[in-house]
Design a protein around this ligand. Structure first.
Ligand code: ARG
Length: 363
């Protein structure tokens, strides 16, 4: 055990961004019984094996957040910007988000063409989190989701199709179709080559139990079996953030009634694999072209620093850990998801886009 502690202490020195290592307390760890020590190391494994992690932890069961709150709360507070002394708590205000007047075209008519997306992460309370699921559980959860989709398919507004990548599924698609959907930024990438998810057990049994629902007009999508049991999302262009959020909320309400109950907590809101996604569980983002700020997509440092001050994170448009496109296409999204409401997340995205756009135009 002392070897592991030495390793984590070394990571703390070499990789100051790794929140798992930054807040690891050997004293707390040594005070746990053996079984709980093993459990906590399971949660921290990805951050130990991948020192370049920024969070470095994935819960394996919904109860982990309560049971190991002493160890996890500091990481959670740091990431979501919740100061010590302020209670960790999640409130929701969906209706305010739907009626809010946040139209990107008001910033600049050019921005009406940006691709907008908003997703929420949800996990069923009746299964372990994805890192600890057996292959049978992955398949059985997908079947429960399919039963819900078979009802949703008949819905006028949300009808569409389910595409599975589970070998032998009655909805199985070809690998060419899968590649096409990944290229269209609809389907999630092959997780089996993600070293962060591999160590956490989240990508195990790939591609069993994985798939995606997509509405006829391609603006409402549900991922099954990625980092969380479900990622429910809406994608649109047109600049109207209120419409985007409204579409997601309506679909989420429909689907919620058809699925097993979700894991939620009064403290942590929606329970997710990664502590970064707790709370609203919501990631709202814009794919904006910022060629000047990114020097033609070659350098994300300026835009990343500017975005950070606005409470936003920047990724390449190819998803997490990807680079910017040559046209300067980047993905910007508010970082905090816990302790902020749906409406506040939308406002942060709108205000942040406005500020970044002003810098882009000037640059
Ligand atoms: N585990 C990775 C890290 O700590 C990713 C964390 C945030 N992203 C995510 N998809 N959960 O850097």
């Amino acid at each position: 055990m002392s070897q592991i502690i030495d390793k984590i202490n070394q990571i703390r020195q070499d990789n100051p961004q790794n929140l798992m290592a930054r807040y690891f307390s050997a004293e707390y760890f040594n005070g746990l019984n053996e079984a709980d020590q093993a459990r906590l190391l399971g949660i921290f494994a990805s951050g130990i094996e991948n020192p370049d992690s920024s969070m470095g932890a994935y819960a394996q069961a919904p109860e982990d957040y309560d049971k190991f709150s002493t160890a996890l709360d500091p990481l959670i507070r740091d990431f979501h910007g919740i100061a010590d002394g302020i209670e960790i708590a999640q409130k929701h205000d969906w209706p305010n988000a739907e009626t809010a007047n946040c139209n990107l075209a008001e910033i600049d008519p050019k921005l009406k063409d940006v691709s907008m997306r908003v997703r929420v992460a949800r996990n069923a309370s009746t299964y372990p989190l994805p890192g600890a699921m057996s292959k049978d559980q992955r398949i059985s959860f997908e079947n429960e989701a399919v039963a819900a989709f078979e009802k949703l398919i008949e819905d006028e507004a949300f009808g569409g199709q389910y595409l599975s990548i589970t070998p032998g599924s009655k909805y199985e698609i070809s690998s060419a179709e899968y590649d096409k959907r990944v290229a269209a930024h609809q389907m999630f990438k092959d997780m089996s080559s993600d070293r962060f998810l591999n160590v956490a057990g989240i990508s195990a049994d790939w591609p069993y139990g994985r798939g995606m629902y997509v509405s006829r007009d391609q603006d409402f999508l549900v991922w099954v079996g990625e980092e969380d049991h479900l990622r429910i999302m809406s994608m649109m262009s047109g600049g109207d953030l209120g419409a985007l959020f409204g579409r997601l909320h309506a679909g989420l309400k429909k689907l919620t009634g058809l699925l097993p109950p979700f894991a939620t907590s009064p403290v942590y809101g929606n329970v997710t694999s990664c502590p970064t996604n707790l709370g609203a569980g919501m990631r709202a983002s814009l794919h904006m072209k910022l060629p000047n700020l990114t020097k033609g997509g070659t350098d994300l440092s300026v835009v990343t620093a500017a975005a950070k001050d606005l409470g936003l994170a920047v990724r390449g448009a190819g998803g997490e850990h990807s680079a910017a496109g040559s046209d300067g296409l980047v993905d910007v999204s508010p970082s905090a998801r816990l302790g902020v409401t749906e409406r506040e997340i939308m406002q942060r995205l709108f205000d942040g886009a406005k500020a970044l756009w002003a810098l882009e135009v000037k640059a």
